[in-house]
Write a protein that binds this ligand. Structure first.
Ligand code: ATP
Length: 333
């Protein structure tokens, strides 16, 4: 079993608390995403799981074994980095075989494992090239193949797609999902990209300032964000936050997703239109309600309001999210 359990995991660097008392259970074969803005501590958390960083406090378990004192190479964890970290003077084949060579796996066995991993990622024709003669996407595949040959129980991936262009990112995302299904290993994947998190994760742990703010399936996090921060970090365009007391009585903040705001003649609120964006498949209308910016997502070909027009907007009570005005945490009905 390769479930991963973190207990009160904490890391301080010279007075900076990068990770602050994190508890997290990652199930065997789960695809867990650590999502959060730059500096929230997600890479540090991942590095502690892989053994590249020692915790200041707390424990890491892989299966039933506490691994705090176990060296990275003995943890049955493979790490894939954004920067690929390939050896520039070695061929693709030698790069992929390297972890097996370190473990003194016999040559023929090494070669067979490298060939199988490379072919599963479409690298079969590039085995004798050096990394310098590969595209970014191909290099990232070499880094993945090098992780796969280790046959680890847990894959730790730190923003592996960040250096790829948008099209290649989308393709590689799909490949990673297929890879996870094929390998039946546990994946822990760091990203600041909510689209990656939503599309790949079986669950998402959203981090802010060293702490986990919410853990749930992508749909749970989208449908019931635990705070204003998560409501605006997950989903594009972000959730609208309306002024307290505007759409319903009370001093709480009200959040409404852009697809749940409707422009209707008898809407509860008045909005001044400031921007209209035609995206082909949909239409985004932005406006101001008091001092708050509000975005309305409409079907393509719906009526286009003029810039500067006053329109009325509405949102069903069932589609409203309520947050404490001070803590900005979700208020449960
Ligand atoms: P990014 O997406 O930008 O990589 P992150 O969420 O992965 O961000 P971390 O790299 O884990 O964040 O960093 C968390 C905090 O710890 C940051 O404030 C960072 O400056 C600090 N930090 C990370 N590594 C070190 C280090 N080796 N020494 C001192 N401070 C560090």
């Amino acid at each position: 079993m390769a479930n991963v359990r973190l207990q009160n995991l904490t890391k301080q660097f010279d007075g900076v608390t990068a990770v602050d008392g994190v508890d997290l259970d990652v199930a065997d074969r789960e695809f867990m995403i650590l999502l959060g803005p730059s500096g929230c501590g997600k890479s540090t958390l991942l590095r502690m799981i892989a053994g590249l960083e020692d915790p200041t406090e707390g424990e890491v378990f892989i299966g039933d074994t506490k691994v705090n004192d176990i060296l990275p190479k003995e943890r049955d964890v493979a790490m894939v980095f954004q920067s690929y970290a390939l050896y520039p003077h070695k061929t693709v084949r030698a790069n992929i075989e390297f972890p097996l060579k370190v473990r003194k796996v016999p040559k023929a066995e090494r070669a067979a494992a490298a060939t199988a991993a490379a072919e599963s990622l479409g690298l079969g024709d590039y085995m004798e090239r050096k990394p310098g003669a590969l595209s970014g996407g191909q290099r990232q595949r070499v880094a993945l193949a090098r992780a796969i040959v280790r046959d680890p129980a847990v894959f730790c991936m730190d923003e592996p797609l960040s250096n790829l262009d948008a099209k290649l990112r989308a393709e590689t995302r799909a490949e990673l999902i297929a890879l996870h299904q094929r390998l039946k290993s546990t994946f822990i994947y760091v990203t600041h990209d909510q689209v990656e998190a939503m599309t790949m994760g079986s669950r998402i742990a959203v981090m802010l300032r060293g702490k986990i703010e919410q853990v749930g399936t992508p749909q749970e996090v989208y449908d019931r964000p635990a705070s204003v921060f998560i409501a605006q970090f997950v989903g594009t365009p972000p959730m609208n936050i309306l002024p307290a007391g505007s759409i319903e009585p009370g001093d709480h903040l009200v959040g409404v997703r852009p697809e749940h705001v409707h422009i209707v003649a008898d809407g509860q609120l008045s909005m001044t239109v400031t921007l209209v964006e035609q995206l082909g498949h949909e239409l985004l209308v932005t406006g101001m309600v008091g001092d708050r910016r509000v975005i309305v997502r409409q079907a393509a070909h719906s009526a286009v309001p003029a810039i500067g027009a006053e329109v009325r907007i509405a949102a069903d009570a069932a589609d409203r999210h309520r947050f404490d005005p001070v803590t900005e945490r979700r208020i449960d009905e």
